[in-house]
Structures are given as structure tokens and as C-alpha cells.
Design a protein around this ligand. Structure first.
Ligand SMILES: [Zn+2]
Length: 218
């Protein structure tokens, strides 16, 4: 399973190369939501598909929101940025449509990979629980935007949160679950490699990153 963040696309390419996985071998890409920093890498520099054989998975709620005149009027962002966000999402989703599988809240996408509703920033934003051989990893997408501010101050919002109250509920629910179940977490906006665990700290939480070494480095 892969999810993309434009700013880390180079690293993703590197990861794919290190692991010796051909782009043609990627058959499914699961998208957390339709913000361009989370799907940018699916198109290459010539605007073709980076992974030509991949099909895509996205929440039906997310699809409907972006394709049906989305209302971003509550966001304190420049009008041009809002228009551009909508335009990019609609262009992307229109191109993906023939390759797209829309899923319902909580749907099991494949055995071992389940969607978890994580709404707030966008109406159909999803997190994912990936289970394999007794291990589990929680993929949070944009539900947690910052490695210190989110666990320590989960009620501090970003300018992109369309439903502030739901955003905070989602953050707290996922933080609680990650800490309780001691889940490995993949949080794209956290420092590379964006992997770690959540610890309970009184009423709030803290982030414990996993130690990461580049392959071949001591
Ligand atoms: Zn986002």
C-alpha cells in the first residue's frame, strides 16, 4: 500500500528503488483524501501515471464532496488557493475515475487493510489499519498534521480543517487508540521516516519516533 505526499515523492521513489519494486508492479494505491499533497506523486513529470498498472481506492464520501461543488467558504485561506485546491482535486479525480474503487466508511479494502473514518479536515478523510502476521500499523494521513503540536495540543487546528469539532474528535480517537493498542503509526507530515508510536502523557499524548537508518549506513 502506498500513499503519496508530493514533497516526499523523491524519497518514495528512492524507497521503491531500494526495495527493488518496479513502478509497473504497484497494483493498488489507497488515497486518504483529495488534497494535492497526498496524491501529487501519482502523476509523473510528463503528467502521465507514475504507476501505470495501479488502480486507486478512495472514500465515496470524499469523492462526492469534491465532485459536487465543494463548499470551502468556512476556511480562512486566500480565495485563489481554495479555487486551486478544488480545481486540482477535480482534475485528479476525473482522471482517476476509470481506475477508481470507491469505498464506504470502515470498509475492509483487502484482507488486512481496513479504512477507518477520520473526518474533519475533509468530509471523507480516511485513516487505515494495516495488519500482517500479528503486527498492526495505523496510517493517519492528515488527521495528525504535526509531530509535537498534534499529540500535545490536539485541539489546535490548521487553516485546512473544514469541520473543526470533528477534526479534534478524530485526532483524539486515533491518538487514544494508537496509545492503547501500542500501534506503529505512519504519519506523513511527521519528520522522516514518519514512523513511531504514541505515548499517553496525562490528559494528552507524545510522539516516540522509531529509530531509522538509511540502508547501508552504520
Ligand atoms: Zn489534507
Amino acid at each position: 500500500m502506498l500513499e503519496f505526499q508530493t514533497s516526499k515523492y523523491r524519497m518514495l521513489q528512492l524507497y521503491v528503488a531500494v526495495k527493488d519494486i518496479a513502478p509497473e508492479a504497484i497494483d493498488t494505491i489507497i488515497l486518504s483524501h483529495a488534497h494535492s499533497d497526498h496524491y501529487g506523486g501519482i502523476f509523473d513529470e510528463e503528467d502521465g501515471f507514475s504507476f501505470p498498472n495501479a488502480r486507486y481506492v478512495l472514500s465515496r464520501v470524499e469523492w462526492t464532496f469534491w465532485m459536487d461543488q465543494p463548499d470551502l467558504s468556512s476556511l480562512a485561506l486566500p480565495e485563489l488557493l481554495k479555487q486551486r485546491t478544488v480545481q486540482l482535486a477535480q482534475n485528479c479525480l476525473t482522471r482517476l475515475q476509470p481506475k477508481l474503487r470507491l469505498i464506504e466508511d470502515g470498509e475492509v479494502i483487502f484482507p488486512g487493510i481496513a479504512a477507518i473514518p477520520a473526518k474533519g479536515e475533509t468530509p471523507g478523510h480516511s485513516a487505515f489499519l494495516v495488519c500482517s502476521k500479528g503486527d498492526a500499523m495505523l496510517v493517519v494521513g492528515d488527521a495528525w498534521p504535526h509531530y509535537r503540536l498534534t499529540p500535545e495540543h490536539p485541539d489546535w487546528l490548521t487553516a485546512f480543517d473544514l469541520d473543526p469539532e470533528q477534526t479534534v474528535r478524530t485526532r483524539r480517537t486515533l491518538l487514544d487508540r494508537a496509545a492503547e493498542e501500542k500501534l506503529l503509526v505512519l504519519a506523513y507530515h511527521f519528520p522522516w521516516p514518519s514512523l513511531g508510536r504514541i505515548l499517553r502523557r496525562g490528559a494528552n499524548w507524545s510522539w516516540e519516533p522509531v529509530e531509522y537508518k538509511w540502508p547501508g549506513h552504520p
